[in-house]
Unconditional design. Structure first.
Lengths: 113, 110
């Protein structure tokens, strides 16, 4: 069966500090991978998605970036965090078909102070 | 701008009643429709998906899709306090991107 891991689970960072969140998927090959952000009491905002190694599509211009160095690894980064980057960051994987549902990791709760 | 709209709620129903959650979407070309449940502080989990017009039943859950009206709903029969959560409607609309609604908060009163 497929599993998806994210770490860290929680993170408190000062404004201007860098960020690196990691997501890995087990039990599937060539998944589509997604990064979402959910602000408190809000819906999911798609940040990046990837259909293959090194292929990243950005949905929202911001100070975040994503990379996919391996088939089942997806990394979200920032060089300098802003207060507005606080939120619940979710990684998800889905199949290559447009009919396939997405499955979410446990999430990382980021607080920028 | 492709959109998915949901009533934010809260929707409050007594234990044992039917909870009805509704969602509309703007893109007529949408192909796949999903309902996720999200408990407070947790990540969303998939509970239902539907691709064709009509009803799809899975245990206490029934998803209903009407593409002509661009409307999808979720019925929860015999609601339990453990069903209290936020329910997210999601739509795949072109390619691999999923658009999520903001969610409806459901409270089931014991």
């Amino acid at each position: 069966s497929q599993t998806i891991h994210q770490w860290p689970a929680t993170l408190v960072q000062p404004v201007g500090s860098p960020l690196s969140l990691e997501c890995t998927v087990e039990g599937t090959s060539n998944p589509n991978l997604y990064w979402y952000r959910q602000a408190a009491g809000r819906g999911l905002q798609l940040l990046f998605y990837s259909v293959g190694i090194g292929q990243i599509s950005s949905e929202v211009p911001q100070n975040l970036s994503a990379s996919r160095p391996q088939d089942r690894q997806f990394i979200l980064s920032s060089k300098k965090l802003l207060l507005s980057d606080s939120g619940f960051y979710l990684c998800a994987w889905g199949g290559q078909s447009s009919y396939n549902e997405q499955f979410f990791g446990p999430g990382t709760r980021l607080t920028v102070l | 701008q492709k959109e998915v709209e949901q009533n934010s709620g809260p929707l409050s129903v007594p234990e044992g009643a039917i909870a009805s959650l509704n969602c509309t979407y703007s893109d007529r070309g949408s192909q796949s429709f999903f309902w996720y449940r999200q408990y407070s502080g947790k990540s969303p989990e998939l509970i239902m998906f539907i691709y064709s017009n009509g009803d799809k039943e899975d245990g206490r859950f029934t998803a209903q899709l009407n593409k002509a009206s661009q409307y999808v709903s979720l019925l929860i029969r015999d609601s339990q306090p453990s069903d209290s959560a936020t329910y997210l409607c999601a739509v795949i609309s072109g390619g691999f991107k999923t658009i999520f609604g903001a969610g409806t908060r459901l409270f089931v009163k014991a």
